[in-house]
Design a protein around this ligand. Structure first.
Ligand SMILES: Cc1ncc(COP(=O)(O)O)c(C=O)c1O
Length: 407
């Protein structure tokens, strides 16, 4: 415990956890993105054209007419019982995850809160978390805020490189420093868009069994598949309770509701409930009622089909424009779903330096480096295709190609 004596300055009061939190140069640059003439592929936002506004108006009216007394009230910390119940059924019908009980499900304020709760439950300062390189920035920030050591294993177009993961786990077991958990986004990963194929998922599950490990399967994009076959969830292989699953309505309905779900053992859900009570008492009750009624009145699944149609068109538009305008020495992923693709420039390029020239030409992307927990990726960047209109996607890619060629 720090000794508090005399007249302290504000910086002396911040916890050790906060000491490592800095505003970054990239955040300063991103402020320029508000310019109306900017074509931004930098955000990670769903397209507002994809919000089912008229249908949700009717859902909201229904909630207010029929359920206002409960929907405007505090709710239970675990979440709206009917919503948890319908998620149980949905996980079986749509994902082949059977045998769940409502006691295995907690509703959270976005899956970002799920990540935070799990970190609070499992991570002491200095504990190890294993993930892929690159990985979701929000997860890196959360694990760091609990002072975890993040170790990352490179990925390729098949997701995390399973042979390297196996080697590393063998080494860590010998050194008695196995991770507290592995964190992966197996389908249409943020930031790269890549998906782990079934045989690799089975191998990852085998490693969990071999070393007795826990894995967080973060799955915001799995239902946004444009083509190709569904790949079974790690959770659907989970005969030994080694996988905690995070799902969210943010990308398949609307992020404004902040409604997501966590699936875990009853023991984990009970502990997470106590932790959540201290964080926020309960998830937005009104949002939970709206989401439940959207499912009950069959708004959700037709709407997902609509988003898939819209985003597939945008993905196609971006890839066609890249194939047309980008020089041959630039490689990029070709995701079968989700919202992002990933660009790798030749080694000698610097995506951060190039961003100033891009912004001068009113086009923006997110540089790759922040997605690498231990540095690297200077020649990479992420493009989001869900937000801009098709015309702007083509124009933005053309401008970006000019910037790349000028390097
Ligand atoms: C991989 C990943 N996990 C979690 C989240 C957070 O989602 P939510 O809106 O449910 O908090 C995001 C949001 O972009 C994400 O990409």
């Amino acid at each position: 415990m720090n000794k508090i004596t005399g007249k302290l300055k504000m910086e002396d009061l911040f916890s050790e956890r906060v000491a490592g939190m800095h505003s970054s140069e990239i955040r300063e640059l991103l402020k320029l993105l508000d310019r109306p003439e900017m074509i931004s592929f930098a955000g990670g936002l769903p397209n507002p054209d994809a919000f089912p506004i008229e249908k949700m108006k009717r859902v909201v009216s229904h909630v207010m007419e029929v359920h206002a007394r409960e929907a405007l009230q505090y709710g239970t910390t675990e979440g709206h019982a009917k919503l948890r119940h319908v998620i149980c059924g949905g996980m079986d019908d749509h994902y082949g995850v059977s045998g769940l009980d409502v006691k295995n499900i907690m509703i959270t304020n976005g899956s970002q809160q799920g990540l935070n709760l799990l970190s609070q439950l499992f991570l002491n300062p200095g504990d190890r978390v294993l993930t892929s390189d690159p990985t979701y920035l929000g997860a890196i920030l959360t694990f760091r805020s609990y002072q975890a050591e993040i170790e990352s294993i490179p990925l390729d177009d098949q997701g995390i490189r399973v042979e390297l993961l196996a080697e590393r786990l063998a080494y860590l077991e010998k050194a008695a420093t196995l991770p507290k958990f592995i964190y992966l986004i197996p389908s249409f990963q943020n930031p790269t868009g890549v998906t782990i194929p079934e045989e690799n998922r089975r191998e990852i599950y085998r490693l969990l069994e071999k070393y007795g490990l826990l894995l967080i399967e973060d799955d915001p994009y799995g239902l946004l598949r444009f083509e190709g076959d569904h790949v079974p969830l790690l959770k659907s292989m989970d005969v030994s309770d080694r996988v905690v699953y995070l799902g969210t309505f943010s990308k398949i309905l609307a992020p404004g509701y902040r409604v997501a779900w966590m699936i875990a053992t009853e023991e984990i859900i009970t502990k997470a409930t106590i932790a959540k009570q201290a964080q926020d008492l309960c998830t937005n009750t009104f949002g939970q009622y709206c989401v439940f009624e959207a499912i009950y009145h069959d708004v959700l699944f037709p709407h997902i089909a609509e988003i898939v149609r819209l985003y597939k068109g945008k993905r196609d538009c971006m890839l066609t424009s890249m194939d047309r305008y980008f020089p041959d020495n630039i490689s990029y992923t070709r995701p079968q779903g989700g919202m992002f693709l990933w660009v790798t420039l030749p080694e000698s390029y610097d995506a951060f330096k190039m961003l100033s020239s891009a912004i001068e030409k009113n086009v923006a992307y997110v540089i790759g480096t922040p997605f690498f927990p231990n540095g690297g990726g200077h020649n990479t960047f992420r493009l989001n295709y869900s937000y801009a209109s098709d015309d702007l996607i083509e124009e933005g890619i053309r401008r970006l190609a000019d910037v790349i060629k000028a390097q």
